[in-house]
Design a binder for this molecule. Structure first.
Ligand code: ZN
Length: 172
């Protein structure tokens, strides 16, 4: 197969794991990546069939990361949804300088407070949803909220008052 760089016909497909620094993150490893590797010039061209799907999968994992985000991760998520620091600042009601500091970090992480990070993750998650997913979520919420109303009880029977949702959780 042909090498894109030197034109040699000696290139062949190889598979190996790859530290995906092209994503802007230094901690993402892609398992079993395909490369077009050339013996002639040493070029190894990474082949990704669905890079956008991949970036979205990474974003999803970061949104649900069980530990505080690093600055690099904040920057990745911001970029993933196509936001500038200015847009983060406006969405979160902070200064542009503050939004910029989150994406640069303070040495130990993004330095986002818990409530800011919670809001940031939620905003990113909403931005990440495809129009179809968003429509589905809206439909589900509408159905949940309007279920009682749609049953149209007889006029003589008073609609039942809302009942609190019973939630059972194991104490942590
Ligand atoms: Zn080559």
């Amino acid at each position: 197969m042909k090498c894109f760089v030197c034109g040699s016909q000696q290139a062949k497909l190889i598979k190996r794991d790859h530290l995906f620094v092209e994503s802007g993150l230094t901690s993402v490893t892609l398992k079993g990546c395909t490369f077009i590797a050339c013996k002639q010039c040493g070029e190894e061209a990474l082949q990704l069939r669905k890079p956008l799907v991949l970036m979205r999968a990474i974003a999803r994992q970061l949104v649900f990361k069980p530990a505080p985000l690093t600055a690099e991760e904040v920057k990745f998520l911001r970029g993933h949804v196509g936001w500038s620091n200015q847009q983060v600042a406006e969405a979160m009601n902070v200064s542009v300088e503050q939004a910029s500091r989150w994406a640069t970090g303070n040495g130990t992480g993004a330095g986002m407070g818990a409530s800011a990070e919670e809001l940031f993750r939620i905003l990113i998650f909403i931005e990440c949803m495809s129009p179809a997913e968003l429509a589905k979520a809206v439909t589900e919420i509408k159905a949940l909220v309007s279920r009682e109303g749609k049953q149209k009880p007889k006029r003589t029977i008073k609609a039942k008052p809302p009942v609190p949702l019973k939630i059972r959780l194991v104490a942590a």
